[in-house]
Design a protein around this ligand. Structure first.
Ligand code: ADP
Length: 532
């Protein structure tokens, strides 16, 4: 027993907020984060200029990129920012929409929390409404013909219409689609598209954006190890290694005591023999190019040069993987285990070229490469970084379509259609749940509303018109949304603005589930001394 004395459990520095205060604080934080990116949605989006921690600037309208750079204190705001990252990693698009939607879903709960409704009731209703919303999206989905290239291009185009690179939209869409098709592997019914690993974007400042291209193979930022090695080879035989081609050094420091000069010669000879043996193992297979992830000693270079072999050292693991896929080679760990089947022969042309001040090795004209490099050129680093982010978005859209060919109309149309469906459904529900359905329905309107806001339209009028349009004939008018360029109502089928079902369902799920998670919090305990 404490004998009536107070028991100190929490440290004096600990800050604690609980109950309704914590929930309202979380809602405010969520809304604040979503306000930051609100003007970045749609084709008339504004850019943000963000100073990063190292003092560099980031110029972008990509929700995820903006939020990654800003420094926030509130734990709920941090968790909102994580949302955008999760969305980026999962589907690679809709990063702005997810934040805006989550902020709106949270703010809808505000008045009910203030009135004292238990968050569990709200969460239960939200979750049910989410299920219904996802079903409605499924019903609205249309299939696209994956063999129709121009149709695929249109879809990718509508995703980058909102980005900086939209001026070169034709070029960029073709780049994105070519890169994604190159790395697509169809194995029966299973499709594998790993953009992050096999489609690498290389940015080389200088030149013009129109010089960007997808290389039918791989390019790496490296030069040969010795100036006299060949820098251009047709149909090369390529050996890839991830072991060093030099004498093995002991792991930690060591010393050898020698008592005669002979011993010294002996040591040198052993080293020489070891490296020569490694080289002979490789030379046996008559390769034209040897690439290793580790070092290549001077002696090994000498052997290679004598046998007319071009060598590269310290290649990155990721680059080596892509070269392996593009050229049909296998990376070998021990030189005495090389087999004829490990040698890559699919590359048509190898050449080292100088771009700007740097040397790049190109492995081009590969037969069915299955890995590629997208070479980006542009005026400066900022332009290139934004171009890369936009291109990644476009590639992700292309990947999403190829993996799941179902589409829904964009421009706020699908959100409005789902909103209407939830409104109708809410009429048949009683109690708090009825209200939660309506809350989600209202929250979804934030997407068409923001699109209209961002192009300076008369928001209330246009939104009322859109609502009326959908209500008058939910089946026929479900593809009507906001023309984000002109701020008027438009049929997205005519405008050609589509989004993939994968992105839309993920956006809705992530936004609503994250909002529910934040509402479930009733205690915020921070152990740090009062930083903010
Ligand atoms: P996100 O990071 O969420 O993808 P974007 O800035 O790319 O954000 O905006 C995407 C939204 O803009 C989607 O809802 C999409 O349907 C809409 N959109 C894209 N192009 C148009 C257009 N021409 N007219 C209206 N809406 C558009």
């Amino acid at each position: 027993m404490s004998g009536g004395l107070p028991v100190v459990v929490l440290n004096a520095n600990t800050k604690r907020e609980h109950g309704r205060k914590a929930q309202l604080g979380n809602i405010a934080a969520g809304k604040a984060v979503s306000d930051v990116v609100r003007t970045c949605l749609g084709p008339r989006a504004m850019l943000k200029m963000v100073l990063d921690a190292m003092g560099g600037i980031v110029l972008t309208n990509d929700g995820n990129a903006i939020l990654r750079e800003i420094d926030v204190n509130h734990p709920a705001a941090k968790s909102m920012i994580e949302l955008s990252r999760a969305q980026d990693e999962n589907v690679g698009d809709g990063t702005t929409s997810v934040i805006i939607l989550a902020g709106e879903v949270l703010s809808m709960a505000e008045s009910w929390i203030e009135k004292g409704t238990h968050p569990r009731l709200i969460i239960g209703g939200y979750t049910k409404a989410l299920e219904d919303a996802l079903q409605t999206i499924d019903k609205l989905a249309v299939r696209v013909d994956l063999n129709n290239r121009s149709e695929l291009l249109k879809i990718v185009q509508s995703s980058i219409g909102t980005k900086f690179i939209s001026r070169w939209s034709d070029l960029m869409c073709n780049l994105a689609l070519d890169a994604v098709l190159a790395v697509t592997i169809q194995d029966g019914d299973r499709k594998e598209i790993d953009i992050k690993r096999y489609a690498k974007v290389e940015k080389v400042p200088g030149g013009d954006i129109t010089d960007c291209k997808v290389i039918s193979g791989v390019m790496i930022n490296k030069d040969v190890t010795h100036a006299q090695m060949r820098r251009r080879i047709n149909n090369p035989r390529i050996v890839l290694l991830d072991c060093p081609l030099e004498y093995k050094k002991a792991e930690s420091q060591f010393s050898i005591e020698l008592s005669s000069e002979e011993h010294w010669t002996q040591i040198l000879k052993t080293e020489e023999e070891y490296v020569s043996r490694l080289c002979q193992d490789i030379i046996k297979f008559k390769p034209d190019i040897v690439i290793t992830e580790k070092g290549v000693s001077d002696l090994a270079q000498h052997h290679f040069l004598k046998n007319n072999i071009t060598a590269f050292r310290r290649a990155r693991k990721t680059d080596n993987n892509r070269i392996a896929r593009a050229c049909g080679a296998t990376i070998v760990n021990r030189t005495d285990e090389i087999k004829e089947s490990d040698v890559g022969t699919n590359c048509g042309l190898f050449e080292v070229r100088k771009i700007g001040d740097e040397f790049f090795a190109f492995f081009e004209e590969c037969k069915e490469p299955k890995a590629c490099t997208v070479l980006l050129r542009g005026a400066n680093k900022d332009v290139l970084n934004e171009t890369e982010r936009n291109l990644m978005d476009a590639m992700n859209v292309a990947r999403n379509v190829l993996l799941d060919a179902r589409l829904v109309p964009g421009g706020g149309a699908v959100e409005m259609a789902v909103s209407q469906a939830l409104m109708v459904k809410s009429n048949s529900i009683q109690g708090v749940q009825q209200w939660t359905y309506r809350a989600i329905a209202n929250a979804l309107e934030v997407i068409p509303r923001t699109l209209a806001e961002n192009c300076g339209a008369k928001v209330i009028r246009i939104l009322t018109e859109l609502r009326a349009k959908h209500a008058s004939d939910p089946e026929k008018n479900s593809s009507w949304g906001i023309d984000g360029e002109r701020g008027v109502l438009a049929d997205m089928k005519d405008l050609g603005v589509w989004e993939t079902v994968a992105v839309k369902t993920q956006t809705l799920k992530t936004a609503i589930e994250a909002a529910c998670l934040l509402l479930r919090v009733d205690d915020i305990v921070s152990g740090l001394s009062q930083k903010g």
